[in-house]
Design a binder for this molecule. Structure first.
Ligand SMILES: [Zn+2]
Ligand SMILES: [Zn+2]
Length: 320
């Protein structure tokens, strides 16, 4: 088990993994979307236009807008299969080949007999993509729905566009149900920007990679070498003999969450490092960390897997 996280070589790159352009229902061209993200200080984006027949199944080519400081990962938001509530699935596939075979998804309504969401997620993963379950709350996704997507790498636990436009932007409960069922998934914050409302620059990932290239970013995403944020930075997380230490940008609260009601909380002023006991998390196989700043903005670590309940390292002194 690692005792320190973010140990990979390289630096953190700020990216948005969920965006739309005029290639589907966004209002800005792909070029202008890329310009705005770069000028807002992002290092990369994935343009995830809706992969439906209505828009001619776009995997928008943004390679012309990459330069020495900004890059893009070919991607799409996939739609096929039906959820328990009768709605069409939305899945993010980051790092799709341009020749990825479309499903039978002519528009935003499920088609009987079409490929299932679980199958297209698997196919996207096998084609090299990082796959995320999009906006579970807004979709009205059940836990059983979410469980079917066994190929997912992550759950989109914060969708800023949904926060802004329907106040149903969070997916932490979906993620935690899956974690508690033993699924090792990560989490992403993203914008889902269409630029028709103030739906942009609100949630992102910070990916630690040796180079700002699509290949290096994708590899780091799949390896979980990233955290998500709406503002604060997480600089390091260390597991020590008596708890967890977090280095971050100035924070007022640091929380460790685990299975069920297990938790640890540290409140303070302008904290740039915090140490929390894990004594109340002894029976959780996973931990995750939230950093909250004075403005209420948050950063979220990916879940850290410890092992089976009661199998914390003996030096933690919490196995009882
Ligand atoms: Zn969507
Ligand atoms: Zn979307």
């Amino acid at each position: 088990m690692p005792t320190s996280f973010f140990t990979a070589n390289g630096k953190f790159h700020r990216g948005n993994l969920h965006t739309h352009s005029t290639q589907s229902d966004g209002v800005l061209t792909a070029q202008e979307v890329c310009r705005r993200y770069q000028d807002e200080g992002y290092d990369f984006i994935a343009l995830t236009d809706h992969f439906v027949g209505l828009f001619d199944y776009p995997i928008t080519d943004t390679t012309g807008y990459c330069n020495g400081k900004f890059t893009t990962i070919p991607a799409a938001e996939l739609h096929t299969g039906v959820m328990e509530n009768g709605n069409l699935w939305h899945l993010l596939a980051i790092g799709l080949p341009f020749d990825f075979t479309p499903p039978n998804a002519p528009h935003f309504k499920p088609v009987e007999g079409a490929e299932s969401a679980a199958d297209i997620a698997q196919r996207a993963r096998e084609a090299g993509a990082f796959v995320a379950i999009a906006h579970p709350h807004w979709s009205g996704m059940t836990e059983a729905d979410a469980r079917t997507i066994t190929a997912a790498h992550a759950v989109e636990t914060y969708n800023y566009g949904c926060i802004v436009d329907n106040d149903r932007g969070e997916g932490f409960i979906t993620l935690e149900h899956l974690l508690n069922g033993g699924r090792r998934l990560n989490l992403i914050a993203a914008d889902d920007a269409h630029f028709n409302t103030p739906d942009h620059f609100g949630g992102w990932v910070m990916v630690k990679a040796s180079q700002n290239t699509p290949e290096a970013l994708l590899e780091a995403l799949k390896a979980g070498e990233f955290y998500s944020s709406t503002g604060p930075e997480i600089k390091d997380i260390r597991i020590t003999s008596d708890g967890v230490e977090v280095d971050c940008s100035s924070a007022v609260t640091i929380v460790v969450q685990g299975k069920g009601t297990s938790m640890a909380t540290l409140h303070g002023r302008s904290m740039t490092t915090g140490k929390l006991s894990l004594s109340r998390l002894a029976n959780s196989p996973w931990l995750r960390i939230t950093v909250i700043d004075r403005a209420g903005k948050r950063a979220w670590s990916n879940p850290i897997w410890i092992g089976d309940p009661g199998e914390f390292p003996p030096e933690w002194g919490v196995n009882n």
